[in-house]
Design a protein around this ligand. Structure first.
Ligand SMILES: Cc1cc2nc3c(=O)[nH]c(=O)nc-3n(C[C@H](O)[C@H](O)[C@H](O)COP(=O)(O)O)c2cc1C
Length: 212
């Protein structure tokens, strides 16, 4: 399952996730890849309905019914999970955060504070951003990292730095960026970033096939 937490259909995050999907699919027909675009899905974050914590009927899959319900049910059955988000103001997007509230709150037991998903699985956390390895403000998946690691397993991280935010910098008020420096960084890194995403897809699919 690939969850795209970015709004733009053909830009950086979507391209990285697409490469991951291609890598995974290249391992054979047994591998089924499903990509969900959160910005095309009508849902809210955790509604605090507490239905997942009702005595005798507690559930580690969210019980609130909306367009996210079948997606969360699919993840509960999946063999691997990939989350992708651009960095907005140092964080994952609001849409990704809202999704993660719905995914992770049912995992959390208020009896003993353990975190238990229906199933453990390999996880890749992907982010793309303007920042560079040397200078960035990102806190990635932040407090959700701990929940993901505890409930699903230690995640692999894939980061694409210093992405192209627009196709043509000359058309926008973006004087804080040097297009020449951006282009140089992209020429040196973007293909490698895509290749890392592709390889991670192949590797996850390979491990899944081995575990069957
Ligand atoms: C609202 C907004 C806030 C952003 N905030 C940051 C930020 O805090 N740090 C950063 O490095 N990049 C920031 N960016 C840049 C994006 O993270 C970067 O361009 C990303 O690769 C965009 O992904 P996309 O092409 O998939 O939309 C921001 C972009 C937007 C639109």
């Amino acid at each position: 399952m690939i969850i795209d937490g970015g709004p733009r259909k053909n830009f950086n995050t979507a391209s990285m996730l697409q490469k991951f999907a291609e890598g995974a699919s290249s391992m054979g027909e047994e591998i089924e890849v499903k990509t969900v675009r959160l910005y095309g899905t009508d849902y809210k974050g955790c509604m605090s309905c507490m239905a997942c914590k009702i005595k005798g009927r507690a559930s580690n899959v969210c019980k609130y019914k909306d367009a996210l319900t079948p997606i969360l049910e699919d993840i509960a059955q999946a063999d691997g999970l990939v989350l992708g988000s651009p960095i907005y103001f140092g964080d994952i997007t609001g849409q990704m955060r809202a999704f993660l509230e719905r995914l992770a709150f049912p995992w959390l037991s208020y009896n003993d504070y353990s975190l238990t998903a229906p199933k453990r699985m390999p996880v890749v956390l992907m982010i793309t951003m303007n920042g560079t390895p040397e200078r960035n403000n990102n806190s990635g998946y932040g407090s959700m990292e701990h929940c993901i690691a505890a409930a699903l397993g230690e995640p692999q991280h894939i980061i694409a730095y210093n992405t192209y935010q627009v196709k043509n910098y000359a058309n926008f008020e973006l004087a804080g960026f040097s297009e020449t420096a951006k282009r140089q960084y992209r020429d040196e890194h973007w293909e490698q970033d895509l290749q890392r995403a592709y390889d991670a897809g192949r590797s996850m699919a390979e491990n899944i096939l081995k575990s069957l």
